[in-house]
Design a protein around this ligand. Sequence first.
Ligand code: CA
Length: 265
Amino acid sequence: MILQKRYIRPRIQALETASLVSVMGKSIQILVIEDEEAIREGLIDVLVFHGYAVDSAATGPEGLEKAQTGKFDLILLDIMLPGMDGYEICDRIRAEDRDQPIIMLTAKTSDEEIIQGLKLGADDYVSKPFSIAQLVLRIEAVLRRTQAGREQLRTIDLGTITIDVANLSGRNGHEEITFTKREIELLSYLAQNSDRPISREELLLKVWGYARNLDIETRTVDIHIAKLRRKIETDPKEPQNLITVRGAGYRLVTDGQGHVADDSY
Ligand code: CA
């Protein structure tokens, strides 16, 4: 089955209702931003059929507004849209939420469109017309990647120090260390992204939830980093665990990858 302009599927009221139903106690929510009704309705039908909860928008501004609620596990985003194009929507979503999974729907296999979309932070793209099988595979792949990243850390291992995330505490040999909730959130974010340095701006956005940073707020990050170093470094002036990568940000040097909690219920 190929979704194209000419493919017009009758609107089925029952599916609209079905989209609100959760699947196996855990509904994955997808937002479809697409102005062409036939494609939009076709996508809704297919996604609902595959067990996803679906919402949709037919214009750029409506799509952005829904996207900014932040409740969607994935956004399927068309590029040519009335009111605001998909690039701008992608850019504005990314400014607030670096991790929002987005798949761009490109009108044709145009390298420029694809590169532009990926540059702005789309996770993947699908070129129209696309097969349902291909689209569903792409959706599943993006969801697998992003859901894995959301698994909660249980402990963080830093050489001789083991940190118990849930209990806001740590142990360095016989020495007990206590942390504030914010410090643990900061450590957890750094531990989950220990493969790269994290900028102050990203920490403000992801740990503190500030969408826009001011100079005074970036100092907040430095103050917390200094406090953490006094707790987890033998010599806070020569950090071995929470290091500064010049010009890039802070990086936590973890012992292995830490232990990720099982994603079981
Ligand atoms: Ca369009």
